[in-house]
Design a protein around this ligand. Structure first.
Ligand code: ASP
Length: 330
């Protein structure tokens, strides 16, 4: 993994981050707070998750070092999700599950809380790293969401790596007849971070649901549904029954509870999962970080692959019981 050596704001020395180095420098944050959290999807049935836990632990170890050195949160979340996509053990990138036609169609989005910059791709069939394509769309700064073959051609023009369909390990693997039962969420990945300049960022990437109808797009690439980040408020990445995340704008709604209703981070996430989603039997999970560096990781399903690290706490990962929050900051 490489974080491209970019710092969160031009100049970022120990305990002191300066804004834009070319303009008159201005102190943004004179603190050492940072935090990072990841998820590897919610699940309903017991499953063996050692490979996922190991991938999350390794990504968090690396991210903690990079954030400590002043890396930008948006670079960190992109690189974490990219490593999950490459691992082949999550439902994202290489390991994405196939649709009802046996084809892999991936969705991803990234959001930088600094200016609400956003980029997303959906229904990608040959993009190696959908999160990198989303980042290219964000940085091109023309559009936010690119879809299907024409969106893929645009991402390729921007520099996204294209691979043959058989690169994806589940190509051709149709696991069950379509629409026979409620879709089962599993293995979507996400990351959120607060960097030492106070910038929040979020990223989410998925193959969607197994045997989804071809052309279906879930919540993961939709800003405000499966991903959201706003400086001064919070960053969230979601996983679960995407149709309900879309209908209720789950990640934006959680952020609005903090921004407009003054709710604490954990209470905002809890309300989305248990007051909004649970009545529909819609499984879901959220990881979130607020502007102070508090972390929450909650789910209303049997479990959620998750983990976090902060400037004060070394990485921890869990699948079932275990941590659902960082030690609260004052
Ligand atoms: N939210 C994803 C989707 O609906 C699935 C998941 O999180 O597992 O596409």
């Amino acid at each position: 993994m490489s974080f491209q050596g970019r710092l969160c704001a031009g100049i970022c020395a120990a305990g002191l981050c300066l804004a834009n180095a070319t303009a008159a420098p201005q102190v943004r944050h004179a603190h050492t707070t940072f935090a990072v959290a990841v998820h590897g999807g919610v699940f309903r049935h017991e499953n063996q998750g050692d490979a996922r836990l190991a991938a999350m632990k390794s990504a968090l170890d690396h991210a903690r070092t990079e954030l400590n050195d002043g890396a930008a949160g948006v670079d960190v979340v992109e690189e974490i999700v990219r490593s999950f996509e490459d691992s082949g053990v999550f439902n994202a990138g290489k390991g994405a599950i196939a649709n009802a036609a046996g084809q892999v169609e991936t969705d991803a989005a990234i959001m930088d809380g600094d200016g609400l910059r956003s980029g997303a791709v959906a229904s990608m069939t040959r993009v190696k790293n959908p999160i990198a394509a989303a980042r290219l769309v964000m940085d091109a700064n023309v559009h936010v969401l690119m879809v299907g073959d024409r969106g893929q051609a645009y991402a390729e023009k921007l520099g996204a790596e294209i691979v043959p369909e058989d690169y994806f390990v589940n190509t051709g693997r149709i696991t069950r007849p379509p629409q026979q039962e409620m879709p089962k969420p599993h293995g979507t990945v996400g990351a959120v971070a607060l960097d030492r300049c106070g910038h929040l960022a979020a990223a989410t990437s998925t193959g969607g649901f197994d045997t989804k109808v071809p052309g279906r797009v879930g919540d993961s690439p939709l800003v405000g549904d499966g991903v959201y980040a706003a400086d001064g408020v919070a960053a969230f990445s979601g996983t679960g029954y995407g149709e309900y995340f879309i209908r209720y704008n789950i990640t934006k709604d959680a952020a609005d509870r903090i921004r407009y209703a003054g709710k604490p981070l954990a209470a905002a996430a809890h309300a989305e999962l248990f007051d909004v989603l649970k009545p529909f039997d819609a499984e879901g999970g959220l990881i979130g970080i607020d502007a102070k560096g508090n972390v929450t990781m909650q789910y209303n399903a049997l479990g959620m692959f998750r983990g976090y690290a902060t400037d004060r706490e070394v990485p921890v990962v869990a699948q079932y019981e275990g941590p659902t929050a960082s030690n609260r900051r004052k």
